[in-house]
Design a protein around this ligand. Structure first.
Ligand SMILES: Nc1ncnc2c1ncn2[C@@H]1O[C@H](COP(=O)(O)OP(=O)(O)OP(=O)(O)O)[C@@H](O)[C@H]1O
Ligand SMILES: [Mg+2]
Length: 554
C-alpha cells in the first residue's frame, strides 16, 4: 500500500492530454524551442551580439591556438580538418581597420562579415544572415552555440562540416561555402535561403497539392543522395528543409548524419521526437527511419497538422492510424504515398527509389527534364537583367556627374570658400554655421539617391555644387532663369509633384520660422531662396522623398 502511494508521488512524464489531433497554432512568432527534441543534454551558451566569446583573447594578439581562426575542410579527400590559419582578405582588413576596434581584437567572422539578422536557431547553432565584406553578397553563417569543451564534441561538429561539404554539390542539398573554427566555436558559411519549410508553412498555411508533390520530389532526391552513400539523416523535419529563391527545397542540417552501420553501434543521436520513427525507440536506425520522418513531415505540410511530440496521439500516428478529419482533405494518391511512408513496419516502407518511381513523380521528372533548358534560360535572363540594371544605374550616376561637371566648366557657378559663403536669412546675409553634411563648410548640400527603380540602391549623387551655383550666381546674373533651373532639375527622373509639394513645405517653413529658415528651397515664383547650413533630405527615384527639407524641429 505504502509502496503504491510512493509510486503515485513519482514525477509523471510530460504527456499531452488532448485526445484529438489539432491544426497547427501560430501565435505570430517562431518559438524554436517549443518542441525541442530530446537531444544531448548540454548547457548551451547563446552567441551574444558582437561578443563571440573571446574571453581568452582579451587585449592580446599573441593568442593561444583557439583564438586563431583555422579553416576546416575535408575537400580533396583529405582527412585533415585543419586547413591552416586563415589569412585576412584585403577588403576585410580594410573594413576592420576602418572600424574603431583593431583587427587583432576582431574575430575572423567580424572581419569578414557584416551581421545583418538572425535567421533561426536550432539546438546546435544560431544562424545569421550576413554580408560578406569581400564580395558584398548575402550568405548564412551558422555559429555553434556550445563551445568546444571536449574533443568528442568538436569531432561531431567537424563531422557536420564534412557532410555539408559532401552534399554541397547536390541540387537538393544546401550549398556549403566554407567553415572555420575560432574561440572554440564552429562557423559555417553557406548559401542564404529564403526561408525554411516550416516558415513557409506558417506563411501559406494551405499549400496547394501540386506544390506538395514538388516538395516531395525535391526532398526524395536530396535524401536519395544520402541513402546512396549508406548515410542516414536522422533529423528530417520542416525546420531542416530550406527553400531557395528558385523555390527549390534543399535538405539542410547534417548535424546528425551518420553511417547506417555506425548508427546501429550506439553512435547515433535521435532527432526531433515529433518526426521520429517508432523503431528508433528500440534503437533500430535505418534508412526507413528517414522515410518515416519525411512521410510525417508531408502529413504536417499537406494537412497543416500540429504533430505531437509524445503521448497517445504520438503512438497512434506510429500505428498507422492517421486522423481521418485531416487526411481526408488531401487526394487519395497523396494519402497512399504518405501512408506508405509512415508504415509502422520499417520493412514495409518504400525506399527513395521506389517512391521516385511513383507514376506522378515520374511524370513530374519528365516534365522537369523538358523544362531544364527553359529554366536555365530564365535563370540567365534574370541574371543578365540584374547586370543590366546595375550598368544602367551606374550609367545614370555617370550621366549626372557629367552634367554637373559640364555646368562647372560652363561657369554656371563659381566655387566659393567658406569665408565667402553668403547665408541668407530672408534678404540678409549671415555667417554660415558649419554643417556635417556640407561639402564646403557652410555650403548646403543637396543629396539624392538612385533608389528603388533599380535593384541597386543608395548610389549617392551629390549636387551640392550645382545648387550652390544656383544659389550664388544664377539668381544674381539671371542665367538661366529660375524656371529653366527647375527644368534642369526636372530633367532628371525626379518626381515633379514632390518638388512642388516640398516647395510648398519649404515656403511654409520659411513663413513660420523666418529666423530659422537657413534652408535652400524653391519659392512659389520659381526663384531659389538660399537657406544655408541645413542639409536637404535625400530624394529618391521612387518618388517617396524628394528635395524634402530637413529641419530639426519638424
Ligand atoms: N542557409 C540558410 N538560409 C536561411 N536560413 C537558414 C539557413 N540555415 C539555417 N537557417 C535557419 O536556421 C535554423 C536553424 O538552423 P539549423 O537547423 O542548421 O540549426 P541546428 O542547431 O543544427 O538545428 P537542429 O535543432 O535541427 O539540430 C533553420 O531552421 C532555418 O530556419
Ligand atoms: Mg535544424
Amino acid at each position: 500500500m505504502r509502496n503504491n502511494m510512493d509510486k503515485q508521488r513519482l514525477p509523471m512524464p510530460e504527456i499531452i492530454n488532448d485526445d484529438k489531433h489539432r491544426h497547427k497554432q501560430f501565435n505570430g512568432h517562431f518559438d524554436s524551442n517549443r518542441f525541442r527534441p530530446p537531444k544531448v543534454k548540454t548547457r548551451y551558451i547563446a552567441v551574444e551580439n558582437n561578443n563571440l566569446n573571446r574571453s581568452q583573447s582579451s587585449g592580446s594578439c599573441s593568442a593561444n591556438n583557439s583564438q586563431i581562426a583555422h579553416a576546416i575542410s575535408f575537400r580533396g579527400g583529405s582527412e585533415c580538418s585543419d586547413a591552416g590559419i586563415l589569412p585576412t582578405s584585403p577588403s576585410a582588413a580594410a573594413a576592420a581597420s576602418s572600424m574603431s576596434t583593431t583587427s587583432c581584437n576582431m574575430s575572423h567572422f567580424e572581419q569578414c562579415f557584416e551581421r545583418l539578422t538572425k535567421l533561426g536557431e536550432g539546438s546546435f547553432g544560431e544562424v545569421f544572415q550576413v554580408r560578406d565584406r569581400s564580395d558584398s553578397r548575402l550568405y548564412a553563417v551558422k555559429i555553434s552555440k556550445q563551445l568546444f569543451r571536449g574533443e568528442q564534441y568538436r569531432a561531431e561538429r567537424l563531422e557536420e562540416v564534412r557532410r555539408y561539404e559532401e552534399f554541397s554539390g547536390h541540387e537538393n542539398c544546401i550549398r556549403f561555402i566554407r567553415a572555420w573554427e575560432q574561440y572554440d566555436r564552429l562557423f559555417m558559411q553557406m548559401e542564404l535561403c529564403r526561408e525554411s519549410l516550416e516558415q513557409y508553412l506558417y506563411r501559406c498555411r494551405h499549400i496547394p497539392e501540386d506544390r506538395i508533390w514538388h516538395i516531395l520530389l525535391d526532398l526524395l532526391r536530396g535524401l536519395k543522395s544520402l541513402h546512396d552513400r549508406n548515410l542516414i539523416h536522422l533529423d528530417i523535419k520542416l525546420e531542416n528543409v530550406l527553400i531557395d529563391d528558385d523555390d527549390t527545397c534543399k535538405l539542410a542540417d547534417f548535424g546528425l548524419v551518420i553511417d547506417v552501420d555506425k548508427a546501429n553501434n550506439h553512435q547515433a543521436t535521435e532527432g526531433d521526437s515529433r518526426y521520429m520513427a517508432p523503431e528508433i525507440l528500440q534503437g533500430h536506425f535505418s534508412k526507413a527511419a528517414d522515410i518515416f520522418s519525411l512521410g510525417i513531415a508531408m502529413l504536417e505540410l499537406s494537412c497543416y497538422m500540429d504533430l505531437p511530440s509524445n503521448g497517445p496521439l504520438w503512438h497512434e500516428l506510429r500505428q498507422g492510424k492517421l486522423p481521418e478529419e485531416f487526411i481526408s482533405k488531401i487526394s487519395v494518391e497523396l494519402q497512399q504515398v504518405i501512408k506508405c511512408m509512415m508504415s509502422p513496419d520499417p520493412r514495409q516502407r518504400a525506399t527513395t527509389e521506389q517512391l521516385l518511381a511513383h507514376p506522378r513523380l515520374v511524370r513530374m521528372q519528365k516534365q522537369e527534364k523538358s523544362m531544364v533548358t527553359l529554366k536555365l534560360l530564365s535563370k540567365c535572363f534574370r541574371r543578365s537583367r540584374r547586370a543590366f540594371w546595375l550598368k544602367m544605374c551606374n550609367l545614370k550616376t555617370a550621366a549626372y556627374r557629367c552634367l554637373f561637371y559640364l555646368l562647372e566648366i560652363l561657369h554656371l557657378y563659381k566655387p566659393i570658400t567658406s569665408s565667402q559663403t553668403p547665408m541668407y536669412n530672408g534678404n540678409t546675409a549671415t555667417a554660415a554655421p558649419s554643417s556635417p553634411s556640407t561639402s564646403v563648410a557652410g555650403v548646403p548640400r543637396l543629396e539624392f539617391q538612385l533608389v528603388g527603380s533599380t535593384p541597386i540602391g543608395n548610389r549617392d549623387c551629390y549636387i551640392s555644387d550645382f545648387l550652390l551655383a544656383m544659389d550664388m550666381d544664377l539668381s544674381q546674373h539671371g542665367t538661366p532663369t529660375a524656371c529653366e533651373r527647375e527644368n534642369l532639375v526636372n530633367s532628371t527622373p525626379i518626381n515633379h509633384n514632390h518638388l512642388t509639394a516640398n516647395r510648398q513645405r519649404s515656403s511654409s517653413a520659411r513663413k513660420t520660422r523666418p529666423e530659422k529658415s537657413n534652408l535652400l528651397s524653391v519659392d512659389e515664383n520659381c526663384s531659389f531662396v538660399s537657406s544655408p547650413s541645413k542639409v536637404l533630405e535625400t530624394s529618391s527615384f521612387r518618388g517617396k522623398k524628394l528635395f524634402t527639407l530637413d529641419v530639426d524641429e519638424e
